[in-house]
Design a protein around this ligand. Structure first.
Ligand code: XIL
Length: 342
């Protein structure tokens, strides 16, 4: 269905059954991927924490296994992410790294090596990368500082360098800045800050092609009678207008629904989640000409990260039902809602 609209639909996957367990080694999960997806993205296997046990070591075991599985099943692969620019997602050694007397050179060397090694390993297979992920602190309303930004002088120096390095390796790839902004009030400031970042990159000539909109959409505050989120959709459209007006393309990179605020009734919940998602996708598809890949962050409820991620997990102990398939691997109304919008 997505292909008819000229785009790819896909999902996050993991290799080991550990963690969220949305693993390609789980036959029922793999069957859904084969049937529904044209594309997959590694949930954690490409992050520095997995790939870089130390400054001078790479561990590609899990990521290679996913890449091989994708090839064997004729699925395409996206890259997530060359740099999640947050201390809590850096490996410990990087947070405490001694950049010595020439910090700029040492930091650039480290980042450049990482981007070169990773992009070259999957050359020809990965043509779209989240180059930088979540680089803005939405409480402090400022770009995030890390050991790398302190060494290189500013967060922007790190971000710009990462995009230039990726472009030098992959002249034709789609290079994406990926973040979690949404139209809910708590993220309004974050949207402004993302716009500021994108504007700055444009001015500085940074080779970033698209904004990845994660789309962990939230139903924490919904009008239960209508099932409609009490969010500022007009504001969200203005945001999308500004982003596309600057010439950036859009991707939906990590779709799922946080439904924890809805009552326990499963049938009712599944209906409301589907309606809400339908509305979201319909809005996003108004940007048809600008919108590329669409990915869910997992296809099966039981294996979705929201089951354990605060504050998305439910206080009543029930599952979050935020993905297209239930935990018995049966399609839900959400699956039809997505298909209907595309
Ligand atoms: C999440 C994974 O799903 C979890 O397993 C992990 O513990 C933390 O990261 N935004 C992103 C993704 O860009 O990389 C995150 O993935 C979810 C939020």
């Amino acid at each position: 269905i997505a292909r008819r609209g000229g785009r790819r639909f896909g999902s996050a996957v993991s290799w080991k059954a550990a963690g969220t367990g949305m693993s390609v080694t789980n036959p029922a999960y793999a069957a859904i991927l084969r049937r529904e997806c044209g594309l997959i993205v590694p949930e954690n296997e490409m992050k520095w924490q997995t790939l870089r046990p130390s400054a001078d070591q790479f561990d590609f075991a899990a990521m290679d296994a996913i890449a091989e599985w994708a090839r064997g099943n004729a699925l395409e692969l996206r890259g997530h992410t060359l740099l999640w620019h947050r201390p809590q997602w850096f490996p410990d050694w990087l947070n405490t790294y001694d950049f010595g007397a020439t910090p700029v050179r040492r930091a650039e060397r480290l980042l450049l090596d990482h981007i070169r090694v990773v992009t070259n390993r999957y050359r020809g297979q990965i043509t779209s990368y989240d180059v930088v992920n979540e680089a803005i602190d939405h409480d402090r309303r400022a770009p995030i500082e890390t050991s790398l930004s302190r060494a290189m002088g500013s967060p922007e120096a790190v971000i710009d360098f990462a995009f230039h390095a990726a472009r030098a390796e992959l002249p034709k790839a789609e290079l994406v800045y990926n973040d979690y902004m949404s139209w809910e009030p708590a993220h309004e400031g974050h949207c402004v800050d993302v716009l500021r970042l994108l504007e700055g990159m444009k001015k500085r000539g940074v080779p970033c092609d698209a904004l990845g909109i994660q789309s962990h959409i939230e139903m924490f505050k919904v009008d239960l009678a209508s099932g409609v989120g009490v969010y500022d959709e007009a504001g969200w459209r203005r945001f999308l207008d500004e982003v596309t007006g600057m010439g950036y393309r859009l991707l939906i990179t990590e779709f799922d629904v946080k439904d924890s605020a809805l009552p326990a009734d499963l049938a009712m919940r599944d209906r409301k989640v589907a309606d809400y998602a339908r509305r979201y996708f319909d809005l996003m598809l108004d940007y048809d000409a600008h919108l590329g890949d669409i990915l869910a962050w997992g296809m099966v409820d039981a294996h979705n990260w929201l089951q354990y991620f605060d504050p998305a997990k439910r206080s009543d102990g029930l599952e979050v039902r935020g993905t297209p398939y239930d935990s018995n691997y049966a399609a839900k109304a959400l699956r039809e809602a997505i298909a209907g919008s595309l």
